[in-house]
Write a protein that binds this ligand. Structure first.
Ligand SMILES: [Zn+2]
Length: 390
């Protein structure tokens, strides 16, 4: 991403924290496509096991596989469940973290009011905590990532969907029924399209990777995207390989905070692109994904540029709303779409510069997340540390 602030962060409030004193925990990152388990000490992964969720992700099929994956992670780390302080589970919302019940996540077919915490407690007989994945990600960045030492942060993750975790005065904002911080479903365009959540003009329905892809494919089907389609076909033929930029610094690192400043400055960084943002391409029904749209925009195709610009402005409006509602000292951006770089972030930050109220705007730093692909696992483990302090 552009505007890298390569200087070491000199914030005095950063904790120099000895992770070695933290107990071992197990993290479970329960996703719509992948399930991952790990044994962790703080942000450090001692082992990691991944398995595909598969086409039939019913609880009866998935839960025993998670048990096995946890055991494998314990074996790999050379430890046993008796040495573990607790198991944290980051799962797709909506869910109630107080009871550990998962409601009906749209990408987990067959899940309907599953009392995951109680099921796991009965099996493992150690503390179990369940939290929505974006909240867990926010906790991870707060405790071990870009937000260390900051007590007022908003974590915004933009990939296939858009999620948020809000930490105010050092506490995770949960709300009356555990759904606070659903920043992906704030209204950006109240004359816009209906989001599957029921609301109209949600940020997620405009600016997620899935939405960027959807807008491109709608234009193609309407006959407006010949140039984009030709670009996508050429890409497919050449199977262009773009380095995966989501390989961000992970555990054990103390990378300098990458800060996005506004107004943005010119640099000569190469553009990086997310890779988890849309459907696969198939020649029969060529379905363009967000990554292809971003590459097409980079190469100057007007339709692609317009789609990215629209998403960028929506993200900018979303950031303004976040700044006005929460007055955070830091907004931490994660997820593949934010890796698109200046093409996306410059217009977004321009909107912030032009629209946000001066006092909270001057108080906020907008930075990149630091925990990369492991944020879900680190966040799941962080639940045990966080709630044991409460
Ligand atoms: Zn929505």
């Amino acid at each position: 991403m552009q505007n890298k602030d390569t200087q070491a962060d000199t914030t005095t409030s950063k904790q120099s924290f000895n992770h070695n004193q933290l107990p071992l925990v197990v993290g479970v990152d329960l996703g719509g496509t992948q399930i991952r388990t790990a044994v962790l000490r703080g942000p450090t992964l001692l082992s990691r096991v991944s398995l595909m969720t598969g086409k039939n992700p019913s609880p009866g099929r998935i839960i025993p596989r998670v048990y096995t994956a946890i055991q494998e992670a314990l074996d790999k780390a050379g430890t046993t469940i008796e040495q573990i302080a607790g198991i944290g589970i980051a799962a797709p919302g909506p869910l109630d973290s107080k009871t550990g019940v998962i409601f009906t996540p749209p990408n987990m077919a067959g899940w309907d009011h599953v009392p995951l915490r109680d099921i796991f407690t009965e099996h493992f007989h150690i503390p179990i905590l369940v939290e929505n994945d974006a909240n867990a990600g926010g906790l991870a960045e707060h405790m071990f990532g870009a937000g260390r030492g900051c007590n007022n942060i908003v974590y915004l993750t933009i990939s296939t969907g858009i999620g948020g975790g809000v930490i105010i005065d050092g506490k995770l904002l949960e709300g009356a029924s555990g759904t606070a911080g659903e920043v992906g479903h704030m209204t950006i365009d109240w004359h816009g399209e209906r989001c599957p959540c029921g609301n109209i003009g949600c940020l997620e329905y405009i600016a997620s990777g899935t939405s960027i892809a959807r807008k491109a494919n709608e234009a193609i089907h309407a006959g407006e995207g010949i140039e984009l389609l030709t670009f996508a076909r050429t890409m497919l033929q050449h199977s262009t390989t773009v380095p995966n930029p989501s390989a961000l610094p992970t555990q054990g690192h103390d990378p300098a905070t990458v800060e996005l400043r506004f107004p943005p400055e010119e640099t000569d960084d190469t553009t990086s692109l997310g890779s988890e943002t849309g459907d696969e391409q198939q020649e029969e029904h060529l379905h363009v994904n967000a990554r292809t749209v971003a590459l097409a925009a980079e190469s100057g195709i007007p339709l692609a540029r317009a789609i990215i610009e629209n998403a960028a402005q929506a993200i900018g409006v979303g950031l303004v709303n976040i700044i006005h509602c929460f007055n955070p000292e830091m907004i931490i951006l994660g997820g593949g779409v934010t890796q698109m770089g200046p093409m996306l972030m410059e217009p977004a930050l321009r909107v912030v510069q032009e629209h946000a109220m001066k006092v909270p705007r001057e108080a906020v730093r907008i930075v990149q997340a630091q925990l990369g692909d492991n944020v879900g696992l680190v966040g799941a483990g962080a639940l045990i540390y966080y709630y044991s302090k409460q």
